[in-house]
Design a protein around this ligand. Structure first.
Ligand SMILES: [Zn+2]
Length: 150
């Protein structure tokens, strides 16, 4: 974050307030000591997923949504409820200290929220979780499972 007065890159945060998707920060430049306010969109933080094999991948919210859609297939769960649940997961991920998140941690959050949303969907998910390495694998495994269920 650069100072708008002198372009110095080090500032200290005096005050920080979150609204829905904006964080308002009161900052003071460490060089010229002028104060300014920034409004930072929470979405702008790029999250990285660390896969089991150590490879890094950009976080993709749609993969989680698709995972939920699959797990909730034929369940009385609206798309809206899924979107809201994924919002909550995403919010929780963005509150973590690190922007690099192990896929295992994401999987566990998905389990936690799925359990609250729908027990059947949760059991479907949990039964393939052993094999869970990333969300693509998860989707494939769920497809197989849904075929077996008919
Ligand atoms: Zn400055």
């Amino acid at each position: 974050m650069k100072c708008p007065y002198c372009s110095h890159s080090e500032t200290k945060v005096l005050d920080s307030r979150d609204s829905d998707d904006l964080t308002r920060r009161r900052r003071e430049c460490l060089q010229c000591e002028k104060r300014f306010t920034t409004y930072e969109r929470i979405e702008n933080v790029e999250l990285t997923v660390i896969k089991k094999d150590g490879k890094r991948q950009q976080f993709d919210r749609n993969k989680i949504v698709n995972g939920f859609l699959k797990a909730c297939e034929k369940r009385p769960i609206t798309r809206e409820a899924i979107e809201q649940t994924v919002d909550a997961i995403e919010k929780e991920l963005r509150q973590l200290e690190s922007v690099e998140i192990p896929s295992k941690e994401i999987g566990e959050l998905v389990m936690k929220y799925l359990n609250k949303l729908d027990k059947v969907a949760y059991i479907r998910f949990a039964s393939v979780y052993r094999e869970f390495t990333d969300l693509e694998t998860f989707e494939k495994e769920l497809k197989k499972l849904l075929k077996k269920e008919g």
